[in-house]
Design a protein around this ligand. Structure first.
Ligand code: SAM
Ligand code: SF4
Ligand code: F3S
Length: 451
């Protein structure tokens, strides 16, 4: 790439701020892997940055305003300094493109999620010509072809790996098909090569990512084939995937829960609503019966499997009865960890023009849903007190006095481990818990007798 062209090589510092989903986190890491080639170092300190990149999310309300207020902060910080190069990346950049450059002259260029293969050249060209640029083509093939040539240097115990991008499902509430473009599955071998590289850099867990990760299909290779191949890497201890769609929960994937030793028993499967009427009006392409059928099959295969989900509350047309159906579904499935939000009308989507239900009602319903979801989470964590669980250790805690890791169900665990436990699976006896975290101690030999 253009490394020879950059006159200021090694003097550049980039500050990257990321909003949104794990796919944006993956992209931000990969953007950094790319700009390193033209001399950028990463900084966690705003003030020393000469490039400020904001990777944005458009999924709910106020996304745009968040970006402009963030730019306002940057402007203030740099009022008496040399202005940094300001880049807006991600889903708001894709959706708003030229509008952003017009509204906020402080922005130098906008680049959409499928144009990151152009990031180095765009920076170099901008530095030379100072011409405002917008790069918002959908070109997932070039993006991943380019990124696969640059090593993924995330080097984390638990590393993200995007395998699929975009969405063809067009749920009526969702902007993703417009901001991430059509569904695209990366070539099978390209992904396995990246997995190996992540392992060489210390990864012990790989989280496969996609807006519709279980729709992955590359020349007949499915998500189940990827998992089976990645689990052959001896260093890999755990595999997860997110986010999946009920429609693509195929038999091969379900069967994998019987045979796989490394696939974790937490299934994140967004349902959105417990009412078939609402699901139909959302264009979700699945019914509650189909959803429960997946749940039953998985529980039969492995009773240890737990579910988590996403819920949209107060979707247009949601009546008391529909809300009660959602509530009953939660009581029935006992999701252990879920996201729930009030419906937010998004520009360009079909649901944008639907008549909203009263805000007060939506707020009350959200509160009720969150109470039960949180209670499930608290009970699940409480039920582990006194038990010994496997924890994959990710890092030291901030004060370095303990270690932090995750249970098989992705719950944070803090315990009295050591630095050399990082990257290992340690057996921990759980002593205490709150909604989000388990607290424990390394299992001792005397513990073993009790266990
Ligand atoms: N592909 C996944 C699926 O099919 O469920 C979801 C991906 S989306 C990035 C993550 C979550 O954002 C969705 O599951 C949904 O609950 C929420 N979401 C999307 N659009 C929304 C909207 N307009 N209002 C509120 N929540 C929304
Ligand atoms: Fe959005 Fe997921 Fe629906 Fe695609 S399947 S439109 S990403 S909610
Ligand atoms: Fe947000 Fe784009 Fe992810 S809209 S949730 S960053 S796909």
């Amino acid at each position: 790439m253009g490394s020879k062209k950059n006159p200021n090589k090694m003097n550049q510092k980039i500050f990257i701020k990321t909003f949104g989903c794990q796919m944006n986190e993956y992209d931000s890491n990969r953007i950094f892997d790319s700009v390193k080639k033209i001399g950028y170092e990463k900084t966690d300190n705003y003030e020393e940055a000469n490039c400020y990149l904001l990777n944005t999310c458009h999924i709910r309300d106020k996304a745009k305003e968040k970006v402009y207020s963030e730019i306002g902060r940057v402007k203030k910080i740099f009022r008496s300094r040399k202005k940094p190069l300001v880049i807006i990346a991600g889903c708001v950049a894709q959706a708003e493109n030229q509008e952003m450059l017009k509204r906020e002259p402080y922005i130098d260029f906008v680049i959409g999620p499928q144009s990151y293969h152009k990031i180095n050249d765009t920076i170099l060209n901008y530095t030379k010509k100072k011409k405002k640029i917008e790069e918002t083509e959908f070109d997932a093939v070039s993006k991943f072809k380019y990124l696969s040539k640059i090593k993924n240097e995330a080097g984390k115990v638990s590393s993200f790996l995007t395998i699929q991008e975009g969405c063809d499902k067009f749920c009526h509430f969702c902007v993703v098909p417009y901001t991430r473009g059509p569904e695209y599955s990366r070539p099978f071998k390209q992904i396995l090569d990246e997995a190996k590289y992540l392992v060489d850099n210390g990864a012990k867990e790989i989280i496969l990512l996609g807006q519709n990760v279980n729709a992955y299909d590359n020349l007949g290779y499915r998500l189940s084939d990827l998992i089976l191949n990645i689990e052959k890497l001896p260093e890999i201890k755990r595999i997860r995937y997110t986010t999946s769609h009920p429609k693509d929960m195929t038999e091969d994937l379900i069967e994998l829960y019987k045979t796989s030793k490394k696939l974790m028993p937490l299934v994140h499967l967004p349902v959105q609503s417990g009412s078939n009427k609402i699901l139909k009006s959302m264009n979700r392409k699945h019914t509650i019966e189909e959803y429960l059928n997946i749940f039953d099959k998985l529980k039969e295969i492995n009773p240890k499997i737990e579910f988590s989900s996403d819920f949209i509350i107060g979707y247009p047309g949601e009546e008391d009865k529909d809300f009660k159906d959602t509530f009953s579904l939660i009581e029935n499935v006992k999701f252990i960890n879920s996201y729930s939000f009030i419906f937010s009308p998004r520009p360009g989507t079909l649901a944008e023009s639907l008549e909203l239900i009263e805000k007060k009602i939506s707020i009350e319903r959200l509160e009720k849903i969150q109470n039960i979801l949180f209670e499930n989470q608290i009970q699940m964590n409480k039920s582990l007190q006194g038990k010994v669980i496997d924890v994959l250790v990710e890092n030291l805690t901030d004060d370095k006095s303990k270690v932090f890791g995750r249970s098989e169900y992705m719950t944070s665990v803090i315990f009295n481990g050591k630095k050399n436990d990082i990257g290992k699976i340690v057996q921990v006896r759980i002593k205490d818990s709150n909604r989000n975290t388990l607290f424990g101690e390394v299992k001792t030999n005397s513990d073993q007798k009790v266990a």
